[in-house]
Write a protein that binds this ligand. Structure first.
Ligand SMILES: *Cc1c(COP(=O)(O)O)cnc(C)c1O
Length: 428
């Protein structure tokens, strides 16, 4: 595949932006080589500036559950642009989107719209601390909640150890009230609450994890999370920025029947435009300024173009449960195909999938937490990634990301992807 134009544009980008990108996730750090520069997306496909076509399994890292240029969203954006792009004042569209979110997520009674997933988790953490008057926030190793200072910690294991920041610029002071536990580790959670329970403001997690690859919570873990937080008066926050409206229209909370106190959403909720939200029980949300005292504001929050896209996206998903049924069917087929391909090639692997989120791990053990995830053969992953690119299959550029299937993927796309995986893995 010729990518000469991509190569030269990326070289230019590197002189203009750190690492040539506007988000670290886009750089090919984990697999080596240069990112591909794109011109347009259509349905399940991306087209790069050299004219190559790819079947896209990133979908802008989640939002494109109905494919690129989904008609409803495109039309809504066009119509909204005609009325003005930003007012910094209330609009009816904000009410409509808030109602859609409240109707979709069973635990949610009130919403505040923001501009990104990071803003949503940052504000939810502040709210939980303001509401409880406590400091400690518990997070889980391998879970990503955006680039919020106090959440940019993943190291540390024992319940009692203080977290060490994993980015320069995050001070020890900022991260000292963040406690990192193992995902699915019920005993660790119980120990943390036994020691620090009265000081824990919130527990935040990805209720279906996508950011160490796709990892599912056990029922015991979910149940312990709910009872421990409830008993000690801590706020349980489901970060559904990735899995909300994806694993089910009602998110992981409706899939598992476990209700958090606060929920954060992003990605799909903005239909591909910059929009996120934090939401939850009225009693807690009413502590947000100006109803309450916990500060939160945003010049472009509830932006009319983004809310129009979000309304169109959620309405389409709500009114077409068949989309989720089809996503399950084709995702199952892709999973079975990858299982065959890896089996035939005789490589060590395991696959985790929840609906249209899936990861093929080059690891013979089932991945349940960061510890098991970190045993993957990432060199093998890089070879697999680049092999798939040469076959026109664009997948996440890290072993520790989920791939996203969209309703725009045809049966033929799925078959081509499986054939490519067979060809690539048999050569590894
Ligand atoms: C993507 C993501 C975020 C951050 O959202 P941004 O819009 O990139 O700021 C937060 N939490 C989870 C679970 C995510 O997947």
């Amino acid at each position: 595949m010729n990518r000469a134009k991509s190569k030269s544009e990326f070289a230019r980008a590197k002189t203009l932006m750190p690492g040539g990108v506007n988000s670290a996730a886009r750089a090919f750090g984990a697999v080596g080589g240069d990112p591909i520069v794109f011109e347009r997306g259509e349905g399940a496909y991306l087209f790069d500036i050299d004219g190559n076509q790819y079947i896209d399994y990133i979908g802008s890292w989640g939002p494109m559950i109905l494919g690129h240029q989904f008609d409803g969203v495109k039309d809504a954006v066009h119509a909204a642009v005609e009325k003005g792009t930003s007012f910094g004042a209330p609009t009816v569209a904000e009410n409509v989107l808030a109602e859609l979110i409240i109707e979709a997520l069973p635990s949610v009674e009130m919403v505040r719209l923001v501009n990104s997933g990071t803003e949503a988790t940052m504000s939810a953490i502040r709210l939980a601390r303001g509401y409880t008057g406590r400091d400690i926030v518990v997070k889980f190793a391998g879970n990503y909640h955006g680039h919020v200072d106090s959440l940019l910690v993943a190291a540390g294991s024992a319940a009692a150890t203080l977290a060490v920041p994993n980015s320069p610029g995050v001070t020890a002071g900022t991260s000292k009230d963040t406690m990192v536990l193992g995902y699915n580790d019920v005993a660790g959670l119980e120990e943390a609450f036994a020691i620090h329970g009265s000081k824990i403001a919130a527990v935040i997690l990805e209720p279906v994890c996508g950011n160490m690859g796709c990892v599912t919570p056990t029922p015991e873990f979910l149940s312990a999370l709910r009872t421990k937080t409830e008993d000690s008066g801590a706020v349980l926050i489901f970060d559904e920025v990735m899995c909300g409206f994806r694993v089910a229209y009602g998110g992981a909370q409706s899939l598992f029947g476990v209700m958090p106190d606060l929920t954060t959403v992003g990605k799909i909720v903005g239909g591909g435009l910059p929009l996120g939200a934090f939401a939850g029980k009225r009693e807690i949300m009413e502590h947000v300024l100006p109803a309450g005292k916990v500060y939160q504001a945003g010049t472009l929050s509830g932006n009319p173009i983004a809310t129009a896209a979000g309304i169109a996206m959620l309405t389409a998903l709500r009114d077409n449960p068949v989309y989720y049924e089809r996503l399950e069917t084709i995702s199952q087929r892709l999973e079975a195909g990858f299982t065959d391909a890896a089996g035939q090639a005789n490589v060590d692997f395991s696959i985790n999938r929840v609906g249209s989120m899936m990861t093929l791990f080059f690891n013979d053990q089932t991945v349940t937490d960061w510890q098991s995830a970190s045993k993957c053969d990432t060199v093998m992953f890089s070879k697999y990634f680049w092999g798939m690119i040469e076959h026109g299959i664009y997948m996440p550029c890290s072993q520790y990301e989920a791939l996203f299937i969209s309703n725009a993927h045809t049966d033929d796309d799925i078959d081509k992807t499986i054939e490519a995986a067979k060809a690539v893995l048999s050569q590894i």
